[in-house]
Design a protein around this ligand. Sequence first.
Ligand code: NAD
Length: 255
Amino acid sequence: MELADKVAVVTAGGSGIGRATSLRFAEEGAAVAVVDIDGEAAAGTVAAIEAAGGSGSAHAVDCSDSTALKDLFEALDQRYGRLDVLFNHAGIPNPHGIAAIEDADFDRAVGVNLRSGFFATRYALPLFRRTGEGGTIVFTASTAGIVASMTSPLYAMTKHGVVGLVHSLSQVLAEEGIRVNAVCPGPVRTPMLPGFMGKGPEETDWVAEHYGSDNALKRVAQPEEVAEAVLFLAGERSSYITGVPLPVDAGFLAK
Ligand SMILES: NC(=O)c1ccc[n+]([C@@H]2O[C@H](COP(=O)([O-])OP(=O)(O)OC[C@H]3O[C@@H](n4cnc5c(N)ncnc54)[C@H](O)[C@@H]3O)[C@@H](O)[C@H]2O)c1
């Protein structure tokens, strides 16, 4: 098992990619702290982990709130006393264009997409240091962290920021044995998908077809396919990889 006896934290673990990754981490032996603004969703993921024979805990936290993150990691320190893997996954689609963006939109985008991962990392570091064994941090950026978003400059700005943070943290944390990477997913079939085009859940199939036509494999991803890439970056198989924004995008960026 790749994560036997490890402790992992997954933010936005109540749904989609975060849920699939939490389950995969647990399958590989990690105790998983599932964090989500929706406490019931987090509890649902933990119930699924436990039903499969794993262990974890659910935490209702708005990851854009740095004070709440400080409290969270203090509680996790009490509970687990160590941390080996942090998956900074929380993020939201942002409104399109620039003319109609209000201060509140901007602040929410920065709060959920950038502040969350920065402060989760800050407050997680003392837990990583408990064992002296280092660890791994994986962020969720996006293809829009590497190239333009055709719809939301605000989203692309935040996701480029995530990649900048990953580049920098990989340098700063290397001497402590902490590797830092990102996954850059293309479109993934989760409840969030239609939101990237400003559509509702009833238009998920149409949105999936639209995005799927834009990559080499001609389909959107399933959340489990991204979870597999996160597991790779979280575990020892990627021991010589740090500072990398890894596209998980069916060839979209290769065009
Ligand atoms: N789905 C895609 O097509 C896609 C593509 C590229 C990147 N991403 C990125 O993946 C991440 C989430 O995507 P998903 O597809 O797994 O979504 P999802 O809709 O399946 O799940 C999102 C989860 O985030 C939680 N959440 C929302 N705001 C939060 C907050 N402030 N604090 C804590 N939890 C919060 C929700 O309650 C929900 O459980 C985001 O960072 C997003 O930018 C998604």
